[in-house]
Design a protein around this ligand. Sequence first.
Ligand SMILES: Nc1nc2c(ncn2[C@@H]2O[C@H](COP(=O)(O)OP(=O)(O)O)[C@@H](O)[C@H]2O)c(=O)[nH]1
Ligand SMILES: [Mg+2]
Length: 359
Amino acid sequence: MGKSDNDVSKPGDQHKPVNEKTVAAFKKQKKPERLPEEYFRGLKARDPIILSQAITLVESVLPRHRELASKLMELCTPSTGKAVRIGITGVPGVGKSTFIEAFGLYLISLGKKIAVLAVDPSSSKSGGSILGDKTRMEKLAASPEAFIRPSPAGTSLGGVARKTREAMLLCEAAGFDVIIVETVGVGQSEVAVHSMVDFFLLLMLAGAGDEMQGIKRGIMEMADAIAITKADGLNLNPANRAVKEYRSALHLYPLPESGWTPEVISCSATKNTGITEIWEMITEYIKFTRNNGYLDKLRKNQSLYWFYESLREGIENQFFQNPEVRKKISEMEKAVKEQSLEPYIAARKLLKEYFEKNS
Ligand SMILES: Nc1nc2c(ncn2[C@@H]2O[C@H](COP(=O)(O)OP(=O)(O)O)[C@@H](O)[C@H]2O)c(=O)[nH]1
Ligand SMILES: [Mg+2]
């Protein structure tokens, strides 16, 4: 945890770019040294290079960058909140990238501008969830109406997710109408994504069994809809059966606080079926939750969640970056490992010292 967010993002180091637009953006990212007002003007003009640089700025943990980033976020706040925020999750191979390509292109055909972001704490090891899929989102990546950004680097999920949320707000300020936040459906990252979106879509395969798909009950409960993917060819009938099964399974769950009964729909990204229905369902959900007050309440609660997350992250960074703390930690580590010091007592002692000195 200690060195959690020392990794100032250098996306070019880890990921091969999707297209020239991205190459240009990455190349220019070396010096995020503009004034907040300049970034803001660039965002307003929907300049993809400046948007990329602005995201790099909010991803940085250098105190000087954090300062600039705060000012930029402050400028952006009045123009955020207007986009539809959609979270998409599902195990690797379920078809997320292919779906997002089809769905994104459909939204663009409706005249919308879409941004695709990712939360994947493992991406710094695996090479990135989105850009690794470049062939599956080629058309979308090439469209001037779309903006695609891989998961930020970082080892702490909280930090990775916080950066993605800020990137989302920058995209909103830049006028994107729909933001898709993708996450790999294998762990805690769903909770983080759920805390920043309006609608949470779970992609599932027919016939693979819940367990094989690593789907925990908690994730099913978070979903506002389940889409059974790859409903084409020989998989069409199993997909339709799965729709019925999941519909009846979801009926066993209590109605969520939103008052919205989660839907189950089948789709095929390669045959372009179910895509329209999924978008219509999402707009229906937005209308429904806007009318019953849930959407407003959800976003307020999400703001509170991120307020506390940011406090926690700030305290953690400050603490672990303190030179004295670092020195003491390495001393204590040895004693704790050798069982000559009880972990809880060691931690308490260190915290007490630190907070007494810094209060
Ligand atoms: N038949 C069929 N195959 C699909 C569909 N969507 C994705 N696939 C295939 O499933 C595999 C995994 O897809 P991908 O989008 O990379 O999944 P991700 O790991 O969830 O992003 C790829 O080989 C795709 O070509 C679909 O709608 N129908
Ligand atoms: Mg993918």
